[in-house]
Structure formats: C-alpha cells, structure tokens
Design a protein around this ligand. Structure first.
Ligand SMILES: [Zn+2]
Length: 310
C-alpha cells in the first residue's frame, strides 16, 4: 500500500475509499459510517433497532455504490414495497449518497400495518416488510441529464445479496458485498455501519486472465465477519490489510463523509408559493402558521402564510 492510504489506518469513522488489486483485475470499496453519518441520520428518526439497522445498511450501500462516481450527482438506493400493495409494514427505505460526500436517508412506515406487524412477533425480514418489493438503484447526474435506473426483486433477505444480484444482472459485474450496522450497547447507543465490496474487472489484453485472482479474492473476502467489520478498534485499513496483505493493493485517497439533507427553507417557501392557494390554506394550523417537516432529516420549518404571498 502507498502513502495515500495512511489515513485509513487511523481509526477513522465516516470514511469511504476505493482500492484496486495488482494489474487492476479486481477493484473494491470500503465504507465506514459513524457519528457524522449513520448515527446522525438514524437517531433523527425514532426507529426500532431492526429498522435502524436496515437504514444503516442502506446508507452504507449508497456510499459503496456512489463513492467512486466520476461526476457530480447522487446515488439513490431504495427498498420499495410491492407494487400497488398498500398494506405492507413499510412503504420504503431510501438512502442517498451525494458525490460531495454527504448522505441522507429515511424509513417510511405504514403506521397501522407496521404496528400490527411489530406486535405479531414476525421477524423483520425484507420479504415480511416489503412483500414482493424491489431494490431500486438510481444514478442522478443532475438536472438536464438522464437518470439511470435499475432494479432487482426482493428475493433474498439480505440487502447485500440483492445488491450482488443487481450488479450481476444490470451491469454484468461479479461482486461480493458485505453490509453491517449496529447500535453500540454502551451508554452512548451510537449507530455505525459498514460496507465492503469487491468487484471483478473484465479481462482484457492489458489485464490478462483475471479469474484466478478474483477467485482468490473471493475466498479471502468470505472469511470476513460482520462482527469484525463493526469492531471500532479495527481501523478500515487494517481490515483490508488482514484480508489482502499477500496481494499488491493500491488505495485511493479516502473521502470523508457527512450527514446533510438537501432541504432548506428558501426552497420550501418557493415550492409552497407555487402550490394552489386552497392547498396551502389547508395547511395553516391553529397558531396561524404552517409547520412543514422534512421527512428525511426531521427538521420542521415554521412558515408564516404572509411569506407565501397568498
Ligand atoms: Zn431535510
């Protein structure tokens, strides 16, 4: 490993970095989300631990998929419930990674159905929560650019398995992915999550046959456990070193990540000003104000109707 990798050996949270194997036959991404991302986002919402864990994994997946994008834009990953079924416990879980290194995410429950489900004692598996839903992946390159979108059916219980299937089906890229999230059991009850991915790069004349190196990388990858990933005493660089110290690995400069929502007061006032008058009047509460809450970050904006020029 070279000098650029120094930071990843310091026990740092909220970091994402890419790496490649000798001859570039295998590439990978490693993401660790902590206080400035996973914990900030998950604790903004009053979520049961099972849902916090799923949101944590989705945030890690969005960063895994988005950290290596070569343009400015967003990577949006979403678990969405069965089409036209409005009785599943969850409507969606969405996580967004912006290439400026910021993340946001939310879980949308169907309150009555979720409470019923939670009381039933059924396990929080993806099929139980979403029915015959999908994992939807969207690459948004900004306004005036076409969005790229792909999806896979929720036919497995692990988000990582769905993402591997997605890469194979939509992009023909063999991938191995592990995702993990947890809340610390000390008094801080702090959320963290982890994502680790390796991908096989297609063989060509420059790279030669990549199969052996890929097989070897997969065997080592499979020795990794979620507990090892979530151990905050182990810096992310150490994880990579433990697995692949026999290989020549080049690590790219890490990105530092932060929770930040894209909502703001100005945008909201502008949006509401464009709504039909009767719709906004309907939103005025007893105190004469409109209280609009962003579902992503749980920020409530207090807006005086006079600002909307009603
Ligand atoms: Zn917001």
């Amino acid at each position: 490993m070279d000098d650029a990798s120094h930071d990843i050996f310091i026990n740092s949270d909220d970091i994402a970095f890419s790496f490649v194997f000798e001859g570039a036959a295998v590439r990978g991404e490693l993401v660790r989300l902590g206080p400035a991302t996973a914990d900030d986002i998950i604790t903004r919402h009053d979520l049961p631990d099972e849902l916090g864990r799923l949101l944590g994994e989705m945030l890690a997946l969005s960063a895994l998929c988005g950290a290596s994008l070569k343009f400015n834009g967003r990577m949006i990953v979403e678990l969405r419930s069965e089409y036209q079924n409005e009785e599943t416990p969850l409507e969606f879980i969405v996580a967004e990674f912006n290439t400026d290194g910021t993340l946001r995410g939310m879980v949308k429950r169907r309150p009555v159905f979720y409470d019923e489900f939670a009381n039933s004692g059924l396990a929080h598996t993806l099929p139980n929560l979403f029915g015959m839903g999908i994992l939807l992946i969207t690459i948004d390159q900004g306004t005036n650019m076409e969005r790229y979108q792909g999806q896979v059916a929720i036919e497995a219980d692990k988000i990582s398995d769905l993402a591997e299937t997605y890469f194979m089906q939509s992009e023909q890229i063999p991938s191995k992915i592990i995702l993990a999230a947890r809340k610390s059991d000390d008094k801080h009850a702090e959320w963290s999550s982890y994502g680790f991915m390796i991908q096989r790069v297609a063989a060509d004349s420059a790279r030669g046959v990549t199969e052996d190196l890929w097989d070897e990388a997969v065997i080592k990858f499979e020795t990794l456990s979620p507990d090892e990933l979530l151990d905050r005493e182990i810096p992310p660089g150490e994880i990579l070193h433990r697995l692949y110290h026999e290989n020549e690995i080049m690590v790219f400069k890490p990105k530092y990540l932060l929770a930040r929502c894209t909502c703001n007061r100005e945008k909201l006032v502008l949006l509401m000003s464009q709504m039909p008058k009767e719709d906004t009047e309907f939103l005025i509460e007893n105190d004469g104000q409109i209280h609009a809450r962003c579902e992503f970050c749980n920020t409530t904006y207090h807006i005086d109707p006079s600002e909307l020029k009603l």
